[in-house]
Design a protein around this ligand. Structure first.
Ligand code: ADP
Ligand code: MG
Length: 402
């Protein structure tokens, strides 16, 4: 169901309460090390400012677990936001109560006030209705633009919507829905799904759902080890899910793909190592189909050279690509060859709509310099996975229908 957006409501002269995701990484000295999440909220904030709203922002930062802890203060974020927008940015030392109300009253129309961390109250994550009501008192309109927490039913992401006149989606959430839901309803063919990462069980719901739409699958990462194990191959000490349940899930997926006649490309060979550390020597197995195996004292940490070649060829033909999960242990030097190569193959396909979802996949794409080439890099890890699974996210379900 399409949701009303921030561009569908009159905001001039109104108090607009916006849930943003300002959960930014900081170093030990409290310096913000990456302000991507602040940048991602700017289109909504600037739209509201330009249109004469009083903009009241709320967010969480870290896990203060319901206690007021200075290291989780949003004050440094308010400062950075002030540098990134032309608008006047105020900071309120609390998110509810007298201090917050005074700060909201003091804030002018066309100005912004950021409230202190909502998770300084344990009521926030309990989705306590009284706390939600207190937050809602600050605004007439609620805008949810915190995609990264939209899969959580908390007071500031979901509960608050019941106590305002209108509840709508911000531009960031709208963009995420466009790419992770709408564009995938009838994707330009061939639709190639690239899956990797740690566990088959984490991704099983996505695999099953995308089976209905995808023209082919490319599988890498530790996930591929689980599939090879399920097929009865020797995978040595490779990280894999070897329990009966995971093996049954993997076998089930392989069977469905076969029945539906959907190419399901597992890595033809696997890169393995003896030592799990930066720059450790690695080598590729023989092709699995020709008797390949990972020796008993070694572990598969990446896709092999032949796999890279086959995956790249498949990706060059795609009309739509969704990439979720790295091909190997890309965090370690020398174990990142497959992830880099697959990222490069995706980036090189100028005809395809290219979408990256999942926290580590986005990190990898940025780290290797492919971010700019992608049509969409999701800003939510867990939230993007749940959307791809076809779930309705609580922070989006509560918004007014368009
Ligand atoms: P995403 O966050 O993109 O959804 P996941 O969280 O599922 O991805 O998986 C990412 C993790 O998978 C990375 O930390 C990476 O090191 C790990 N991984 C990938 N391939 C392997 C492998 N062969 N062995 C062990 N870990 C792997
Ligand atoms: Mg992850």
């Amino acid at each position: 169901m399409p949701k009303k957006s921030v561009s569908d409501v009159v905001v001039k002269g109104r108090r607009v309460l916006v849930r943003v995701d300002f959960n930014v990484p900081q170093d030990d000295a409290g310096e913000i090390t990456d302000d991507t999440r602040i940048q991602a909220a700017l289109p909504t904030i600037n739209h509201l400012v330009r249109n004469g709203a009083k903009v009241i922002l709320m967010s969480h930062l870290g896990r203060p677990k319901g206690e007021r802890k200075p290291e989780f203060s949003l004050a440094p974020v308010a400062k950075r936001l002030g540098e990134l927008t032309d608008a006047q940015v105020h900071f309120a030392d609390d998110c509810v109560g007298e201090t917050a109300t005074a700060a909201v009253n003091h804030c002018g129309y066309g100005e912004v006030v950021l409230l202190e961390n909502v998770r300084f109250y344990k009521e926030e994550t309990d989705n306590d209705p009284e706390f939600a009501k207190k937050l809602a008192e600050h605004g007439d309109v609620f805008v949810n633009d915190a995609f990264g927490t939209a899969h959580r039913a908390h007071s500031s992401t979901a509960g608050v919507a019941s106590y305002v006149d209108e509840a709508v989606a911000g531009f960031l959430i709208q963009k995420e829905l466009k790419f992770l839901v709408e564009e995938l309803e009838s994707p330009k063919k061939p639709f190639v799904v690239v899956m990797g990462g740690a566990k088959v069980s984490d991704k099983i719901a996505i695999l099953e759902r995308l089976m209905e739409k995808a023209d082919s699958f490319i599988i890498g990462g530790a996930m591929a080890n689980t599939f090879r194990f399920a097929q009865g191959y020797d995978i040595g000490k490779s990280f894999a899910q070897r329990d009966d349940e995971a093996v049954a899930l993997a076998k089930g997926i392989l069977k469905t793909a076969e029945e539906k006649n959907i190419p399901f490309l597992l890595p033809a060979d696997t890169r393995h190592t003896e030592k799990f550390e930066d720059d450790a020597p690695t080598e590729c197995t023989a092709l699995w189909a020709e008797g390949g195996s990972v020796p008993a004292d070694r572990e598969g940490i990446d896709i092999g050279d032949k796999a890279i070649e086959e995956f790249s060829a498949e990706l060059s033909k795609a009309g739509t690509i969704i990439w979720n999960g790295p091909m190997g242990v890309f965090e370690k030097r020398g174990f990142d060859i497959g992830t880099k190569a697959v990222g490069a193959a995706i980036a090189a396909n100028d005809n395809a709509l290219k979408i990256v979802g999942g926290g580590d996949s986005v990190t990898a794409a940025n780290q290797f310099g492919f971010g700019e080439k992608m049509d969409h890099m999701s800003t939510g890890g867990g939230a993007s996975l749940e959307l791809l699974e076809g779930k309705e996210l609580p922070g989006i379900a509560v918004l007014d229908d368009a």
